[in-house]
Design a protein around this ligand. Sequence first.
Ligand code: SF4
Ligand code: SF4
Length: 381
Amino acid sequence: MAFVSSGYNPEKPMENRITDIGPKHFEQFYPPVIKANKGKWAYHEVLQAGVLKHVAESGDEVYTVRVGGARLMSVTHIREICEIADKHCDGYVRWTTRNNVEFMVDAEAKVKPLIDDLESRKFAGGSYKFPVGGTGAGITNIVHTQGWIHCHTPATDASGPVKAAMDVLFDDFKSMRLPAHLRVSLACCLNMCGAVHCSDIAILGYHRKPPMLDHEYLDKMCEIPLAVAACPTAAIRPTKVEIGDKKLNSVAVKQERCMFCGNCYTMCPSMPLADTEGDGIVIMAGGKVSNRISYPKFSKVVVAFLPNEVPRWESTTDCIKNMVEAYAAGANKYERFGEWAERIGWERFFDVTGLEFTHHLIDDFRDPAYYTWRQTSQFKF
Ligand code: SF4
Ligand code: SF4
């Protein structure tokens, strides 16, 4: 189709320009039962995996059916969500902070028809469009990032490994058999967009080779001091290089100081470092954000490297499944993954998971690394 103007005039770009209007107020989109009982909820129950019941002081009830979302979705799929909301929920629907979708109804009789409808919908390939689950002590959606779909700094993909992992963890999305809820997150580089640094289990894209240097264009493409200042280990210094008969400003990278973070590439397009064999995945574990019982925790690196195995990432999904089973078997009720690992001791964690402990896992970044070593004789053989 040829160009169709929206009414915007490129000759007068500032004319009729609307700005700083912010998002729509959320109250505009409240289902009536939510609006009427806002701030007056008395209690809630989890009726079954994926189904919540909230009861208000007035006695009003709202039933919520949570379904998995792939996060990356077409307008066609969103229209189907809207169609379901129109059919069962008077047109109301919401998305959760983990990108699940929640349909709400105001009477128990409306719950089963809604669930039956949701579970009956599948893609041509056979995957559920709207699997019901994600509540309580199970595994809900994986918070994830752009990957090879859209970002220029990834060391792994996002949508691919997440689909592979959720397929393996699907039963735990649809049940609540674990000691506590278990959050899985993925980031495709160590910018860590999202929640990998604070999740029970985290999948992180990782490089293993230093950046290449496009000396010919570096000074034209990059603000050199920014690239120098981008490096956490000061591996980069400004320098002059000779290309042909020309002397050019560029940078030098001390390879033995580089730990492949890719931060310089973020600042300077002439320092690319992505590599098919070099890149892969690090697994971290034991993070949490809630203050329940123990303080929030960072996740810790427990597997230094797994290869990118397109399209199903078998080593990564095997590793995660193995960790989930060890946790399910060993942890006490209410105990999050990190609380369990700290209670039994990380040396025992490596025993029961069978994960290999390598020197890569020992912190060596600046003064704070010292505090991660063991200043006690307390340990288990
Ligand atoms: S985690 Fe890194 S690669 Fe992934 S979307 Fe964020 S910045 Fe891009
Ligand atoms: S990849 Fe990271 S550690 Fe290596 S030179 Fe660039 S900024 Fe420094």
